[in-house]
Design a protein around this ligand. Sequence first.
Ligand code: FDA
Length: 306
Amino acid sequence: MLRSVILAASRSSRVERLVATAPFTRDVVRRFVAGAKTDDALRATRELVDDGLSVTLDNLGEDTVTGEQANATRDEYLTLLRMLAEAKLTPAAEVSVKLSALGQAFDEQLAYDNARAICAAAEAAGTTVTLDMEDHTTTDSTLDILTKLRKDHPSTGAVLQAYLRRTEADCRDLASAGSRVRLCKGAYREPESVAYQSAREVDKSYVRCLNILMSGDGYPMLATHDPRLIAIGEDRARWFDRDPAHFEFQMLYGIRPEEQARLVGEGYTVRTYVPYGDDWYGYLMRRLAERPANVAFFARALTSRR
Ligand code: FDA
C-alpha cells in the first residue's frame, strides 16, 4: 500500500516540486546519491575502490523528451568514461545506462546509436556497460537493443527483474558464455498480468532465476540487499563451483554498506551502484518505496531540519 502511494508520488510533478524544494531534502538525497557533478561521482568511486569495492555509475535521468537531452546524456557518459580511465579507475568502475535517458521513448534508433557510442567509449576505457531495466513496456525494446549492441560489444550487460513473469525465460536466453546479467527484484509498479505481486512470489522467482544464472555459462550479477537471497547466492556459488571471479554481488550506494564490506572481506566481488546527477527524484522515490525504514529516515530528517 505504502509502496504504491510512493510510486504514484514518484510520477507527480506537484509532489516533486514540494520534495525538491524542502530544506531537509539535501541531507536525505546525499545518503543515496553521490552528488550532482562528474567530480562527485569520481570522488565517491575512488573512496569505494580504495575500500576494495567495484563500482557501476549511473548518471541520473529518465524522462528524456528531446534529442538534445538524449545527446547531452550520452556526452556526459563519454566524459565520465574518459575521466575514469584517466584516474585509473577502470576496470574497477563501469557504467549503468537507462535507455530512456538516451531517447528510447521517442526514438529507439537514437537510443541505440547513443548506447553504441557509450559502449565504444567504455571499451576504449577498458571497462563495460550494463543496461538498466525500466518498466515492463520497455523490456522487449531494451533486450532487442542489447542483442544488437552485443554484436560489436559482447561484454554489454543487462538487468533482468525477478518480479516479471517472463524473466525465468529471459534468464535462460541470456545464461550463455560472455553474457553479463544483473538480477534484481524490480522497482516499478507493475500490473498483475505481467508481474508477481507478493514479496514471497517475487523472492521465489528470484531464486529460480538465480539458479538458472548460477548454473549457466554467463556472468551472474546478484543485485540485492536481501540477506536470505545473498545467503542463497553464496550457497549456489559453492554448489556450482563458481569462484569470486565468475560472479558478483551488487548493492546500491548508501544501502547496507557494512554488508558490502563483509562480503568483500569474504573474498567476493561486490559492486556498488553509484547514482549521481541533478535528476535524482525518481530514483530517490523508488528507494523510499522499497523500504519503510527509508521513509522513516526521510521523516526523521523532516522533523530534525535546521
Ligand atoms: P528488498 O528491498 O525486498 O529488501 C529485502 C531485505 O533486505 C529487507 O527485508 C532487509 O532485510 C534487507 N534490506 C533492504 N534494504 C535494507 C537497508 N537499507 N538496510 C538494511 N537492510 C536492508 N530495479 C529495476 O527495476 N531496474 C534496474 O535496472 C535496477 N537496477 C539495480 C541495480 C542494483 C545494483 C541494485 C542493487 C538494485 C537495482 N534495482 C533495479 C532495484 C531492485 O529492483 C530493488 O528494487 C532493490 O534492490 C530492493 O530490493 P532488494 O532485493 O534489495 O530487497
